[in-house]
Design a protein around this ligand. Structure first.
Ligand SMILES: *Cc1c(COP(=O)(O)O)cnc(C)c1O
Length: 333
């Protein structure tokens, strides 16, 4: 039961007035650099600071007669579920790993949800979430492998094509693949010729490795400037894996140094404060890893970053990520 275009239209009705209608704005700098009109879909303007509210709200709205909801999240899905549960008067317990930045933990608590921190990987957090389902009767909402979540994220594709049916390429940040699956399903149902490219970092690229292998595989989880793109796709993946495999035209990988520079570009050229996960599309284009052939849109997926790290990047300082140092770069256009 992969979500269809009809499911995505249904999701658009559910989330209307709560999580829809973000701006689609031009990036003059990226347009000059790439030679193609380059558009930014500003999901950083969502009430929770990230697109995940779309899928989370659509899924939570579909839960009936449960003791509450739970999820396993690197942060933004947790925020989305927390926000949606509060709107609908439900208990929410958000499970996450120790790798998640403190700012994200605080953000979720501020939305009135309970937080359970377990282990050093997304899989450990997932196990806790399963326990809450079995022992406390909560309903688990997957961050990416749920038809209502994927349909909710797909509304971004609808909105982009509704305002710009002439877009030829969509550059979509890729982790668990709920966003890419939904956006690609919406976009390709409307315009089968559109190209949808998934982009992620070159360390711990779970969906990329899984598609290459032909089945979901585990990858070592490492810290990244694009921390929202970390984590596995789940060994039991039912929806986002086959959808990404079948719908994405290609998957492109970018380095931490490329992400670092692209974060500076988005800030200094477009004056947007956004997470590392948002700029992978810019990074791919700026480093010649994707060539464009017409109006292009990428999704600025969220703004929930660690401010001290952001400040270091904007001032050209080194950033330590576990045992890896991302060298400082002085910004030059
Ligand atoms: C979750 C997330 C992504 C990736 O979405 P998936 O559906 O997991 O592929 C990208 N950017 C941000 C900011 C996110 O929170």
């Amino acid at each position: 039961m992969q979500p269809t275009l009809a499911d995505i239209y249904a999701a658009a009705r559910v989330i209307r007035g709560v999580a829809d209608a973000t701006p689609l704005v031009p990036s003059p700098y990226m347009t000059r650099q790439s030679g193609s009109e380059f558009l930014l879909k500003l999901e950083n303007m969502q009430p929770i600071g990230a697109f995940k509210l779309r899928g989370a709200y659509n899924a939570v709205a579909g839960v009936q007669d449960a003791k509450g909801v739970t999820c396993c999240s690197t942060g933004n899905h947790g925020r989305g579920v927390a926000f949606a549960a509060r709107e609908r008067g439900m208990r929410a317990v958000i499970c996450m790993s120790e790798l998640v930045p403190q700012a994200k933990v605080d953000g979720i608590k501020a939305l009135g949800a309970e937080v359970a921190i377990k282990g050093r990987s997304q899989d450990d957090a997932l196990a806790e979430s399963h326990r809450l389902v079995a022992e406390e009767g909560l309903v688990e909402i997957s961050p990416f492998d749920d038809p209502l979540v994927i349909a909710g994220q797909g509304t971004i594709g609808l909105e982009i094509l509704q305002s710009r049916p002439d877009v030829t390429t969509l550059l979509v940040p890729l982790s668990g693949g709920g966003l890419a699956a939904g956006v690609a399903r919406a976009a390709k149902s409307i315009n089968p010729g559109i190209r949808v490219v998934g982009i992620t970092m070159d360390r711990g690229a779970a969906m990329y490795e899984s598609i290459k292998a032909g089945y979901p595989v585990e990858v070592p989880e490492v810290a990244s400037l694009a921390d929202s793109l970390g984590g596995g796709i789940g060994m039991e993946n039912k929806l986002s894996f086959p959808m990404c495999r079948d719908l994405l035209d290609e998957i492109v990988l970018v380095t931490e140094a490329e992400i670092y520079h692209a974060m500076q570009v988005l800030y200094y050229e477009d004056r947007i404060v956004a997470e590392g996960a948002c700029v992978v599309g810019l990074a791919a284009v700026l480093n010649g890893k994707v060539t464009l052939d017409g109006p292009t849109a990428t999704i600025v997926t969220g703004r929930n970053l660690d401010m001290p790290t952001f400040t270091r990047i904007m001032t050209g300082q080194d950033v330590q990520l576990g045992d890896v140092t991302v060298k400082g770069q002085t910004y030059a256009a």
